[in-house]
Ligand binder design. Sequence first.
Ligand code: LMR
Length: 398
Amino acid sequence: MFQSLQALPPDPILGLTATFKTDANPNKIDLGMGVYKDGVGNTPIMKAVKQAEKIILQSQDSKTYVGPNGAADYNETIAKLILGQDLFQSLGKRRVTVQTPGGCGGLRLAAEFIGKANAEATVWVSDPTWANHKPLIGSAGLKFKSYPYYDHESHSVKFIDMLKILQQVPQGDLVLLHGCCHNPSGADLSPEQWEAVRDVALQQGFNVFIDLAYQGMGTGLEEDVHGVRLLAESLPELIIVSSCSKNFGLYRERTGAVTLVCDSDESCATASTVLTAAARANYSMPPDHGAAIVQLIMNTPELRSSWEEELKEIRDRINRLRSQFVQKLKDAEIARDFGFIENEKGMFSFLGVDTGQIKTLIENYSIYLVNSSRINVASINDNNIDYLVNSLAEVLAE
Ligand code: LMR
């Protein structure tokens, strides 16, 4: 039977990291996968996470099953983190949150949930969007269309074009938005643009589906969810998929959630049973460890302030790196304006080089970036920035 299978190409992001690992060049740089790296290129375990793990190791007295929805206290904690205390209170039973195996598990679960609510639904994704959105959501059988998002010429959101298309999205379809730190472009919607999206969603009656993978990595824990909260307080229904991979550095622990805002308490009670059944049918229940860490950190004042402080250091460092990189590119007198990189948010920006130049960067310089020219700014550090800038100057001069 297996002989009938066709080999598939490697994942565009994970495959690149696998190749990077086998590269013997001591100067190699991995600008591909979106993980935070410190000044010496490590992806550290946050201090609060380490401390929480020690406490859990000492105090945990059972490994019995938790359940398809994960830990109820973690779910409440995540809802408060995303929505804020006031909205959390006012939504009451119109909101349900279910723990998932990371953001990917959450997207897959949400997609299955959407398919159950409307098998004919089309999900409208930004052009461009994260490379794994289509495989993840498509695997639940949903169809896709895209709306214009990033203008590679002006290096900004093509908002007029985006709005024009959103004005044609029918009721029953979903528009997938990135909550903050747009992946791959780093270009986010302004508060006014979020308001315009809210208005068109109300007018058209389509549903909004938000991927929130980077809360706290852009401008701040509160600022980064401005749009999410605006939509949660004004739309009758909303789907939010969140992840603790980046902001808690829990990548491999697979810690995420799906939060639904429903138009009534009854609708939410029903929707919640559909999420539970889908989780049970897919993976039975999510892994516990990461969620237990988040729950402990968020509910222990010293751990929470240590986490918030370290997250701020990470965010500030990424923003400093953006400025430093732009300055070095200017100093290298490359005949191009890279200033936009300084204004974008989160880990990613497009470098704006073509596929031939990307190939040269990978093959001749061991500088790895995905085919769209997306770079992970957090991979730049004092030891590799000059090599990166000089290599780019050479490749762009060719
Ligand atoms: C990325 O976009 O690089 C990260 O979200 C990691 C991944 O799973 O693709």
